[in-house]
Design a binder for this molecule. Structure first.
Ligand code: FES
Length: 106
């Protein structure tokens, strides 16, 4: 699937991501600013936070209960469309997906 990350204050990053790969892993591969994946996808750090573009909400679905709890820790502030990108796997239905990335200031 072709995924576009829009990190705040940085140029867009567009990448082709293999099915089944998490969007956190893919973001690290492509050095997306603001995505760190500190816990390796274990739902423990919230440093893989993304905000799903409105038109993609139906395709990505909603966070599960555990993800929901961890989302409350996001540094950049949770938004209604917030997700943890380690919990989203690339899939043909997500071809064209747009993810906004809030970038916390140091
Ligand atoms: Fe830690 Fe997603 S990588 S919660």
């Amino acid at each position: 699937a072709t995924i576009t990350w829009k990190p705040e204050g940085h140029p867009d990053i567009v990448a082709e991501v293999c099915d089944g790969r998490t969007l956190m892993e893919a973001a690290l591969t492509h050095s997306v600013p603001g995505i760190f994946g500190d816990c390796g996808g274990a739902l423990a750090c919230a440093t893989c936070h993304v905000v799903v573009a409105e038109e993609w909400l139906a395709a990505t679905g909603r966070p599960g209960p555990d993800e929901d709890e961890v989302l409350d820790m996001v540094e950049a502030g949770r938004r209604p469309n917030s997700r943890l990108s380690c919990q989203i796997r690339a899939h043909s239905d997500l071809d064209g997906l747009i993810l906004h990335v809030p970038v916390s200031l140091p």
